[in-house]
Design a protein around this ligand. Structure first.
Ligand SMILES: Cc1cc2nc3c(=O)[nH]c(=O)nc-3n(C[C@H](O)[C@H](O)[C@H](O)COP(=O)(O)OP(=O)(O)OC[C@H]3O[C@@H](n4cnc5c(N)ncnc54)[C@H](O)[C@@H]3O)c2cc1C
Ligand SMILES: Cc1cc2nc3c(=O)[nH]c(=O)nc-3n(C[C@H](O)[C@H](O)[C@H](O)COP(=O)(O)O)c2cc1C
Ligand code: SF4
Length: 644
């Protein structure tokens, strides 16, 4: 039986023949060095994606001008950058995929970037009062500036071709320089570049024509646009269709459809609360407006991808995060079984970057950005390893150890594997997270990990079993508030509400303004419940920084639902009928029948302490070391498993 027959049909964009319809879109990585030069890590990251079976790989955007070239991201603003890109092109070609370079000037997207050199100006089509509040100076483009940047695009295109790119994608979406010209929210110019749809698309059209002069009529070249800016007064679908027609007439061989001005909208990289494929219908609409192929993107999984192509809703699908989560996805779905795919859960942990610590990681794939370390070598001397705790940390450590050839026994005190992740999966909007637990269970079985449920591991049990090594992954438990009434009858844990173990009665106050508190408040408000949120800092500000897009998605939903937010408010006492808190030096009392806590987790590390001196080799993994997110848990589990 042919799997995903439509997705694996060959396709064509202009003169470019592609082996199937599945494309890896551009995704920033921070894997280049501080000067923007290609690193070995970057090369193996792309080689791995190409080897996994995608028809074409598009690396992160290439900055066309010096004033757009950020540290740790690749640039193509100098002839000296060509050999760097050739290295990537060669690796992708050798692994069997076509290679496309996305050209961009960052423009207003600088507002969204974490690492911005102080001397950089934000290039804007027109001045807006709120720009004065930004951290960098801004610069409104004159007509001669526009000519200069057009030339930069032309030269970068010449270099892309020289470097061995099979195609060029012009980045004109998400709020970058070109996109900011196309949008009526950010472009208030009154000259030939502002006003009508045609005028706002003029810069994009001129850049496209300039690139054509450089690369010739036959060279595959297309544009990535916003089908909707997803903000009040922004580009609408009808306008986008008109813009797409203008770009097609100017020589675009395809239209790649995305959406959202990233400084306000979260649509460009839709995270878990979004439904599947939120931009597919937009791609479908654009397809009706143009004759050239259309590329759809955004939370498209393998099944939807097949549907989209089979139904003629788009000609190609771009799958970004799914290929970060599992670079072998195309091969796996083509050859089967499809259950072997390690599915992206759209948690957006991969978007967290830390300029100090380097690129982030993936919740389901600890080898993301560390491809050269995969697979870890087989164990020199297979050992009997006891893994304690069947949450994400324990399951992954057990799997990676078994894959290396160790004999692994996994113990869990509850009746099922999953730990806290089961609570996460029970949260409305996070149902898709269960795909990861299913994947892990499937592979634990495949690698013959011996699983013992309903068994609490004690010092005595370890002494009895006498394993060669013990990995403790006992996780974390929710914290209670240490205030009078903090464990009273009306106070419950968010976890228990999510799992349906307790019901929230009457008027509800959620205490805690990070993800779990926000999610619980949203869920209750969506049911029409009277709910307020109290947090001792700003929303999302209490503790380590939250991932921006998921945070914005939830914050926007809270505001849309008009959930009253009591920020910078410290709870002082909880009575049977109210929460008493201080805000701005004043004391307030808010009536509450149920108080739901989401105030953090505490590591469960007692066993690890007790095992000192009992276990021959002892390691700790996951939240029992320090409460953290799933990506950190996965990364640490892989690191520990590689050491044993
Ligand atoms: C509601 C909720 C939502 C979340 N959402 C996200 C999210 O969106 N993104 C994200 O990255 N992270 C999220 N997290 C955090 C993430 O789930 C945790 O970081 C991760 O699951 C921790 O895994 P762990 O294995 O270290 O610990 P745990 O999941 O706590 O697992 C520990 C396991 O050990 C078992 N155990 C303890 N002691 C013993 C013993 N002595 N013997 C045998 N078994 C024992 C426990 O029963 C438990 O099953 C969320 C957490 C919650 C609760
Ligand atoms: C880490 C990351 C970086 C991204 N950087 C870019 C980029 O440089 N250019 C671009 O056009 N889109 C960028 N995107 C958007 C993706 O190309 C893609 O459209 C988006 O992730 C939605 O597809 P997905 O749901 O399959 O991930 C980025 C996405 C991610 C996750
Ligand atoms: S971190 Fe989350 S969103 Fe990013 S690729 Fe991995 S599973 Fe997908």
């Amino acid at each position: 039986m042919k799997r995903f027959p439509s997705l694996f049909q060959p396709g064509r964009i202009g003169s470019l023949q592609l082996k199937n319809r599945l494309i890896m879109p551009a995704m920033g990585t921070q894997l280049a060095d501080a000067e923007g030069r290609v690193t070995d890590r970057l090369v193996s990251y792309y080689r791995t994606r190409a080897a996994g079976g995608a028809a074409m790989v598009t690396p992160q955007f290439a900055a066309v001008s010096r004033d757009s070239a950020l540290p740790y991201t690749m640039a193509l603003c100098d002839d000296g950058h060509v050999p760097d890109w050739s290295r990537v092109a060669d690796a992708v070609h050798e692994a069997g995929a076509a290679f496309c370079i996305q050209l961009m000037h960052i423009g207003m997207l600088l507002l969204y970037s974490e690492v911005v050199p102080e001397e950089f100006s934000i290039l804007v089509p027109s001045m807006m009062p709120w720009l004065k509040e930004t951290r960098n100076p801004y610069h409104e483009l004159s007509s001669s500036d526009i000519e200069r940047y057009m030339e930069d695009f032309g030269q970068a295109a010449r270099r892309a071709r020289q470097a061995g790119a099979d195609a060029i994608e012009l980045h004109a979406c998400h709020g970058c320089l070109i996109s900011s010209f196309m949008s009526p929210v950010t472009n208030r110019r009154t000259d030939q570049y502002g006003g009508s749809v045609e005028n706002r698309a003029r810069f994009a059209r001129m850049v496209l024509e300039r690139i054509r002069q450089e690369v010739g009529r036959e060279y595959p070249l297309w544009v990535r646009v916003n089908a909707s800016d997803d903000v009040e007064g922004g580009v609408t679908l009808d306008e986008a269709a008109e813009q797409a027609r203008i770009l097609e007439a100017a020589g675009a061989d395809a239209i790649s459809v995305s959406g959202g001005l990233e400084y306000w909208s979260t649509l460009s990289i839709p995270c878990y609360p979004y439904p599947k494929g939120p931009m597919v219908s937009m791609a479908e609409r654009i397809k009706k407006a143009v004759q050239v192929p259309v590329i759809a993107a955004g939370k498209i999984d393998a099944e939807l991808a097949e549907e989209v192509i089979a139904g003629g809703r788009a000609d190609f699908v771009a799958m970004g995060r799914p290929l970060l989560a599992d670079p072998e996805l195309p091969e796996k779905i083509h050859r089967g079984p499809v259950e072997d795919v390690r599915r992206c859960i759209y948690c957006n942990n991969c978007l967290k970057t830390d300029p100090e610590a380097g690129p982030g990681s993936c919740s389901v794939n600890p080898y993301l950005y560390r491809e050269a370390r995969y697979p870890p070598p087989p164990a020199k001397a297979p050992k009997r390893v006891m893994v304690v705790g069947g949450g994400l940390g324990g399951m992954q450590a057990a799997l990676f150890l078994a894959q290396r050839g160790h004999r692994v026994s996994l113990y869990e005190k509850k009746a099922q594997l999953g730990g806290q992740w089961n609570v996460a999966c029970a949260t409305p909007g996070k149902e898709g997270y269960a795909a990861f637990t299913q994947y892990l269970k499937r592979f634990l079985d495949r690698y013959s990990v011996n699983i013992t449920l309903n068994t609490e591991v004690t010092r005595g049990l370890v002494a009895e079993v006498r394993p060669d090594a013990v990995v403790v992954a006992t996780g974390a438990v929710p914290v209670w508030l240490r205030v009078p009434g903090g464990t009273g009858g009306s106070v419950v844990q968010g976890h228990d509400v999510i799992e349906g173990k307790v019901q929230a009665e009457g008027k509800v106050i959620v205490v805690g303004g990070r993800f779990i508190g926000m999610e619980v408040a949203i869920w209750l408000a969506e049911q029409g419940r009277e709910v307020s949120l109290v947090t001792r800092a700003g929303l999302g500000e209490d503790g380590i920084k939250l991932e921006k897009l998921s945070f914005k998605t939830l914050a926007r939903r809270l505001l849309d639902l008009r959930v009253p937010l009591y920020l910078n408010s410290t709870v002082m006492e909880i009575t049977d009928k109210a929460v008493i808190f201080s805000m701005g030096g004043d004391i307030h009392t808010l009536p509450a029948d149920t108080v739901i806590l989401a105030v953090g987790m505490k590591s469960e590390n007692k066993l690890a302490q007790e095992l000192e001196g009992v276990a021959a080799e002892l390691y700790s993994v996951g939240d029992c070391v320090r409460p953290r997110d799933a990506a950190e848990v996965a990364y640490q589990a892989a690191r520990v498993a590689a050491q044993i």
